[in-house]
Write a protein that binds this ligand. Structure first.
Ligand SMILES: [Fe+2]
Length: 464
């Protein structure tokens, strides 16, 4: 009884396996085909679909109906299968093959074949057309990209672990090396000695993923030893599956040379301006000895205040030069008025006040790189609008003129004039303190007070 039950159980199991197997094969999304002795013994629906064939066509035909239009590599594969079959070897060669379905659709199938019993060849076919086409497109794009990089007019490198893995053709024109000479060599070999430390440190920081700028300027060694100035742009990429940097270089040697040329030209222009200023200063001094020395001292104090206030180097330069000639307009004021020991008349005072307008008119058409004429025009304006000639207020007065105004008052009060004695430092500072934020810019006044009271600034260096 027990034996009979066991036999019956085996039959049920066998029947179940057969049914499962049939279901799996028939419903499979992958094609299944069985070949026997050159004929097609079985094809599932998926295989017929892939090949664009009908069941009756398969029944009537030999296996040639499947292998028609195969490319040479496919024919070789089928021959290999036959050979393996005859040599009783397993598994049979597998892999992707291109097919053309009966409807003319181009397919890529991944074929796995095994040798079955009774000289059967069982083929499992998976449609990988989409994947294969993607792969082909990717390969084509890579080829185009590689061509573009190789033919690019600017040097492109791939650097991995500090060594050059790729360089395009144009590197020869820029650095004198053929790409194959560079491959495998360390980047440090091509850095200028004086920049090696800085660049290698940047490289290390980049590897630690620190946020650093993408574009660097640096000097590299040409094969003949001379320096090539370049600007590089670095981007992280994956090269052969390993992180690397793609480095795009721009030769900026010509730009650098132009910058040096421009800097020299600018220095010459500045020197010429300086000489012009000195001539103008001497001109005023010849007419009014008080004004000449006054301007030099005011220029020094203005520069010192502006530097303390962290104005740009450009602004400091412009202010210093403007201050050196800020009373240039006094050349139209008769010497006897400038040196008059007593009180001057209303009309004489009008003439003196007009020096700011005259100074502006004299200089306004000269193309200084700084607003020299405007600084001079505004140096007697006061924060509350009580100044002259236009009664400008607050920030209507440019910062250079607000500084010059304070320096001018401080120097004038601490100097002897034909019509009065010099004020003491305390009296002068008291005037600035009293009127800071009223007549004088508050910040400028505070910086000036600190200079004299805490930092030991004085005019003695230039006092005659
Ligand atoms: Fe003045």
């Amino acid at each position: 009884m027990e034996k009979r039950n066991r036999t019956r159980g085996r039959r049920v199991l066998f029947g179940l396996k057969e049914e499962l197997c049939r279901l799996l094969v028939e419903e499979s999304a992958d094609g299944v085909c069985v070949l026997t002795g050159g004929r097609v013994e079985y094809c599932n629906a998926a295989f017929l679909n892939l090949m664009g064939l009908k069941a009756e066509e398969i029944e009537a035909a030999g296996e040639g109906i499947i292998w028609r239009d195969l490319p040479p590599v496919g024919r070789e594969r089928v021959e290999d299968w036959r050979r393996y079959q005859s040599e009783a070897r397993n598994p049979l060669p597998s892999g992707a093959l291109r097919f053309v379905s009966k409807a003319g659709r181009s397919l890529a199938l991944n074929l796995n074949a095994v040798r079955g019993k009774k000289e059967r060849t069982i083929i499992l076919a998976r449609d990988i057309t989409e994947l294969y086409n993607c792969h082909l497109r990717l390969q084509e794009q890579e080829k185009i990209l590689a061509g573009m990089i190789d033919e690019a007019s600017t040097p492109v490198f791939v650097v991995q672990d500090g060594r050059i893995r790729f360089a395009n053709k144009v590197v020869f024109e820029v650095f004198g090396y053929h790409p194959e000479e560079l491959i495998g060599t360390g980047i440090d070999l091509y850095l200028m000695e004086e920049e090696k430390g800085r660049i290698l440190q940047l490289y290390e920081e980049r590897l630690t993923q620190k946020p650093i700028k993408k574009r660097w300027e640096m000097g590299l060694k040409h094969k003949n030893g001379h320096r090539v100035d370049v600007e590089i742009e670095v981007n992280l990429v994956s090269y052969d599956g390993v992180p690397a940097e793609i480095v795009i270089m721009h030769d900026i040697t010509a730009r650098k040379e132009m910058e040096i040329f421009q800097a020299r030209a600018l220095a010459k222009i500045r020197a010429a301006f300086g000489a012009t200023i000195r001539v103008l200063n001497n001109l005023v001094e010849a007419k009014d000895p008080y004004t000449g020395g006054h301007q030099k001292r005011v220029a020094d104090l203005s520069r010192t205040i502006a530097t303390e206030m962290k104005l740009s180097a450009e602004q400091v330069d412009g202010l210093r030069l403007a201050a050196e000639i800020h009373d240039i307009g006094k050349i139209i004021v008769p010497s006897e008025i400038l040196s008059k020991p007593g009180v001057i008349s209303e009309s004489e005072w009008g003439l003196v006040k007009n020096h700011v307008k005259v100074g502006y008119e004299l200089l306004k058409d000269i193309e200084f790189p700084w607003p020299v004429a405007e600084i001079i025009y505004q140096h007697h304006e006061r924060l509350n609008g009580s100044g002259y000639p236009r009664g400008l207020k607050g920030e209507q007065i440019i910062i250079e003129a607000r500084i010059l105004a304070v320096a001018d008052v401080v120097e004038a009060m601490s100097s002897h004039r034909p019509y009065r004695e010099a004020h003491s430092l305390e009296e002068t500072m008291a005037e600035i303190e009293k009127n800071k934020g009223i007549l004088y810019d508050e910040k400028v006044a505070e910086v000036c007070l600190a200079l004299f009271r805490k930092k030991g600034y004085n005019f003695s260096f230039n006092r005659r």
